[in-house]
Design a protein around this ligand. Sequence first.
Ligand code: N01
Length: 545
Amino acid sequence: MTQHTSAHPASQEAIELDAIIIGAGFSGMYQLMSLRDKLGMKVKVLEAGAGVGGTWYWNRYPGARCDSESHSYMFYFSKEMVNEWEWSERYPQQPEILRYLNHVADRFALRSDILLNTRMHAASYDAGRNRWHVRTEQGQHFIAQFLITAVGCLSSANVPQIPGLGDFKGKWYHTGQWPHEGVDFTGKRVGVVGTGSTGIQTIPVVAAQASHLTVFQRTANYSIPARNAPLTETFKRYAKEHSEGIRHIMNTNTNGHPFRMVDRSVTATHPAEREAIMEAAWIKGGLEFRAAFKDTLLDQEANDIVADFVRKKIRQIVKNPAVADLLSDIDHPFAAKRPPVDSNYFETYNRDNVSLVNLRATPIECITADGIKTKDAEYPLDIIIFATGFDAMTGSLLKMDIEGRDGLKLKTSWQAGPRNYLGLQVPGFPNMFTITGPGSPSVLCNLPPAIEQHVNWITDCIRTLRERGLERIEATEQASDEWCAEVNRAANATLLAKVKHSWYLGANVPGKPQVFMPYAGGFGHYTAICNQVAQDNYKGFSLTR
Ligand code: N01
């Protein structure tokens, strides 16, 4: 994998550009290509990592794999690229996705405009010149009309503040900052803290290598079998021949996945029939399970039926009844937290070298030199893996010092939680766009289509400004207030907002304001709103010369 990039500019003199993009993952690379190649703009991407790939550059933990099906987890803006790229499995593993993103960088000659090992630490808006000043930790200074954040929704690692971590004699890792050289678990006693999507992916892989694995579970979780397998030649051909149809489904449905939610209700379906439907969906596997009925996330009674089906499956798989009880004692509605997809997760608890600790009954008290100490026991460990998630959606944005108009800091503007218009722009921050920002479908959606939609919208917006001789666009306060109310309304219309300990609400990070962050009104619906706003002369934005 080649990593040719332009060198850091030698001089510390400010470099003038049309746009600066922060982050070289899916979104940053497509945004670069769009502004540079479609609009002829002078653009640079600042990327903290030593390679492109964003989330997929950092998340190298064992078992890291995408829960979206491979033929949907790619760009569709280039039909040629859809035809030339070949995925090997139903769900791509991290190295394969990283290869794909490197292919994108090479295919569109993006590397020359991506500055690697370059972390932006501050950006401030100069109203007099209508320009953003962007400064990096490496001392560079860029000046650009547009600032576009492409920092990913799940990129700021959340390492819990457990007393004693510094005393631990073994090694510890967060899954989102995994060492590139890998970790050898052979003969090691390993502890995994966290049973979200990441923990559920990594636990079976680590268990197969470690001498003993102890899983520290705070909240039991549903999971649907992925049924991962190599893709057949027939399917590969089908996906290419039907790419336009697949793209249309992804862009017009609720979650950006390559299937539609079936228009039938759990409660209105005869019990025997719905059991057969759930069984078939379980056998098929994957996130499509939650699309078998339209009301699973809307109606508590419907959800209870689906949740009970999954609990029953857990109890069937896990042989030790006490462990099965702990794993199936789930305190939230099915899919109201992001439902994981697994390969042999529950089966792993049938191994002799795996044990489960219930942190609800016996919370972690501290980490000692030798391991993890809970309220009633100490677990000696050589390695601790924190699969404890992220300061999601706002974490990466707020780590940077972003100052908008009249000295307004983003941190101040978002003190009570993220507030913006369409998840795209924050009032007080002219010409700054946030790709898949809070307030957009983002994490409730298969991300590549959500990213394409945002990048296309931003690119069209900038093109329109230029065509009309306009220089500046800013979300209005009123439109932002109305949009925040719509984000809340959409969440409250589902069971998503009922879970109080979800990262969708920021509840996993101590002190973070608890506001439901993604837009739950559906991706197709959201896209239609964005298109209408553009058509109505960017209603809700103020456009000036
Ligand atoms: O993180 P999470 P994740 N002590 O926040 C526990 C995406 N993703 O990395 O639920 C003990 O979901 C926490 O417990 P609780 C996907 O969108 C995508 O797993 O807060 N435990 C929970 O069990 C996903 O939703 C793919 O009680 C602590 C776990 O750690 C998102 O990333 C693959 C703790 C964290 O779960 C995040 O998933 C993987 C503490 N102090 C992930 N703090 C794809 O397929 C936290 N926990 C693309």
